[in-house]
Write a protein that binds this ligand. Structure first.
Ligand code: EPU
Length: 428
């Protein structure tokens, strides 16, 4: 993999406006969804992030075409001619599993390598497989490829063992073209699931209950392409909330902030000593008290505290006065960033699925490595907080989910220099 590093000069308060872009985790299922009906789609407000481009490369391989005009993404799926996903692409992105449901239901067959993605835990795909089998697909595993076949999927009652986001999305797409009714129980309730239901409805699907724990889908014979706007990225918004509160002197306004998707993190933010002023039209101003209080955070499926935001909140908790505790309940390997934060001077102790953060600690620059997307974003924020220069290695992982983050933060007065390994940074 090509390597990038960010040189972050920290210690300076930030000031200005930053806008939340479209949600990566809404675009990824939307791209798989474009396989359900041949034709021309327009997705508005699409972030130009690596994971989106990776899914688009898969779509191209299958025979689809795409073009960006600003943040509008035009997709044409009229010439889809394959049902297999190449290993090189599937191994880069876990969301490639989302093609399993749409290819099987629309084309009767799918060959999807077991997916890769961020190294945050085991992340099996058994719920996806089991659900599709319940919809009457025949699924086999051959040399690490999931092979699904079905002449016509048949509606069924599916009970998920855990409200998995992408499994819910896969099964919603698959059952939209199945024969009869499907009921998904213990479904994920994330805003991105609700968004996908809205997209499917606009395509002509019959879906009720998205956003609640039981989703009802009555299969249709045919769906049609759509034009739809992607919802704001709640994880980017949560990242900017913490960015805005890095220093008490910061003066940050966040545009397009989806308050309604962030109730739990905002409650925690306020409990910590953060303050939010709504300015109207989706704008908020973020501030924080000089003294921050420690928190107890338990990650949980929506509407609980998002696992994707725990590394980001951990950065600010290094500045809280006292002991904070984060319990990670979704992924077993999501504290690798803590070891890196400790290199900057944080005091974080990990015990199995619990991180114990003792604060406040002064952070100072050091080389650190991003271990996954959110870990990378957390370390970037920590670098801004730390005095002197922090070098963030494997920084390309940040670009999986945030568009041009260094440039956008530099506009607020930050100092982040992006360097590419291909231009020889190792010899610098
Ligand atoms: N799980 C299984 N079997 C399955 C599927 C999931 O055991 O077949 C388990 C997972 O191992 C995990 C739990 O169920 O313990 C929940 O995982 P989920 O399936 O909900 O996660 P996901 O769908 O793979 C999405 C986001 C992640 C986000 C999680 C949790 C997308 C493309 N990805 O992943 O986003 O962390 O939900 O909210 O929507 C990120 O953006 O950085 C990211 C990792």
């Amino acid at each position: 993999m090509e390597g990038r590093r960010y040189l972050i000069r920290g210690g300076t308060p930030l000031r200005g406006e930053i806008e939340v872009l479209g949600a990566k985790n809404a675009v990824l299922p939307a791209l798989a969804c474009t396989l359900l009906a041949k034709g021309e789609y327009c997705l508005k407000n699409v972030p130009k992030v690596r994971d989106v481009f990776c899914m688009l490369r898969i779509l191209s391989h299958l025979g689809g075409e795409y073009q960006f005009e600003g943040s509008n993404l035009f997709i044409d799926t009229s010439s889809i001619c394959r049902v297999d996903i190449p290993y090189e692409l599937a191994s880069q992105i876990r969301a490639s599993i989302l093609f399993l449901g749409s290819l099987t239901t629309a084309y009767g067959e799918a060959v999807v390598p077991l997916p890769g993605g961020c190294a945050i835990g085991k992340r099996p795909v058994n719920f996806h497989e089991k659900g599709l089998r319940e919809l009457s697909a025949e699924i086999t595993l051959d040399h690490g490829n999931l092979i699904a076949k079905a002449k016509k999927l048949k509606g069924a009652e599916i009970v998920l063992d855990f409200p998995s986001v992408t499994a819910t999305e896969n099964l919603m797409m698959a059952s939209s073209l199945a024969e009869g009714e499907t009921i998904i129980k213990n479904a994920a309730r994330e805003p991105e699931v609700v968004f996908l239901a809205e997209m499917l409805k606009a395509m002509g699907a019959d879906i009720r209950g998205a956003g609640e724990d039981t989703i009802y889908i009555r299969g249709k014979k045919k769906l049609k392409p759509v034009k739809i706007e992607i919802i704001p990225d709640r994880i980017e918004a949560g990242t900017f909330l913490i960015l805005g509160a890095l220093f008490p002197e910061n003066e940050i306004v966040i545009k397009n902030f989806p308050l309604e998707y962030l109730e739990t993190p905002i409650k925690k933010f306020i409990e910590m000593g953060g303050n939010i002023k709504t300015l109207g039209k989706g704008k908020i101003k973020v501030q924080r008290a000089k003294r921050l209080s420690p928190l107890e955070i338990n990650t949980a499926p929506y509407p609980g505290f998002p696992t994707d935001l725990q590394p980001i909140f951990a950065v600010l908790l290094t500045q809280a006065e006292g002991v904070s505790v984060i319990r990670e309940n979704l992924f077993e390997n999501r504290f690798l960033y803590a070891l890196e934060l400790n290199r900057l001077g944080a005091k974080i102790h990990i015990e199995d699925r619990i991180a114990i953060i003792s604060g406040p600690t002064k952070l100072t620059g050091s080389p650190v490595k991003a271990t996954d997307l959110r870990a990378g974003a957390a370390l970037l924020l920590a670098g801004l907080l730390a005095e002197n220069t922090t070098t963030l290695y494997s920084a390309e992982l940040v670009e999986r989910g945030y568009e041009n983050l260094p440039e956008r933060i530099n506009k607020l007065g930050g100092s982040i220099i992006v360097e590419d390994k291909s231009s020889g940074y190792e010899s610098n």
